[in-house]
Design a protein around this ligand. Structure first.
Ligand code: SAM
Length: 201
């Protein structure tokens, strides 16, 4: 199924936000490792659960996502709460983002498996800025507990550290089977990869 169609369907059919209102628990655990606020790109940000959490805490967030239905829900919710959010509907795999060198303090790729964004973060982050990635690995193939069932998309062993360590310092990395259900759509044991990497000052 076409990726855009899949997400448009999911978001437009769900009465409540597809991944709920709460931000990623991994983003919460990462906060002590991140700058206190600044400019953030939430890549593949969906309906904005992470972007809104940060915007409510003073971050300037740009959310970019392929699915208009997700971005539209984020716009409505942010407007109702009075949180400023910049929202763009775009395919990040085919449209390079025109972001300046060192323009950002934080890049999120949460359950968005994009090599392009991870590589871009090394240019877009200012010294001291951070990249947060959460996703699924090849071991997730055959499991129904979340993530894409596509070996071309799932992260490979050590792929993320290899991608980021030319320019960023790894400050958190885990690649393991987790049992806790911290996402309403990801029930059951799942193999996840989680990373925080910082551009050295
Ligand atoms: C699993 S959801 C995660 C959403 C959000 N990051 C979260 O944690 O709630 C993946 C998101 O990536 C978006 N996406 C998939 N391919 C994309 C692309 N090429 N460019 C931009 N967004 C994309 C989808 O529309 C979807 O909203």
């Amino acid at each position: 199924m076409d990726e855009r169609f899949k997400w448009e369907q999911r978001y437009s059919q769900a009465k409540e936000p597809f991944y709920g209102h709460e931000p990623s628990p991994f983003l919460l655990r990462s906060l002590p490792l991140l700058p206190p606020r600044g400019r953030c790109l939430d890549a593949g940000g969906g309906e904005g659960r992470n972007a809104m959490f940060l915007a409510a805490r003073g971050w300037e967030v740009l959310l970019v996502d392929l699915a208009l239905a997700g971005v539209a829900r984020a716009r409505r919710h942010a407007a109702a709460q009075g949180w400023p959010l910049r929202l763009v509907v775009a395919d990040l795999e085919s449209n390079p983002l025109a972001l300046g060198e060192g323009a950002l303090d934080l890049v999120l790729a949460i359950n968005f498996h994009s090599r392009r964004v991870v590589e871009g973060a090394m240019r877009w982050l200012r010294p001291g800025g951070a990249l947060v990635v959460e996703g699924f690995t090849q071991e997730q193939l055959g499991r129904s507990s979340g993530g894409p069932q596509d070996p071309a998309v799932l992260w490979h062993p050590n792929e993320l550290p290899r991608l980021v360590t030319p320019g960023l310092r790894l400050v958190w990395y885990e690649d393991r089977l987790v049992e806790d259900d911290d996402n309403p759509r990801h029930r059951g044991p799942k193999w996840v990869v989680r990373l925080v990497a910082v551009r050295p000052a």
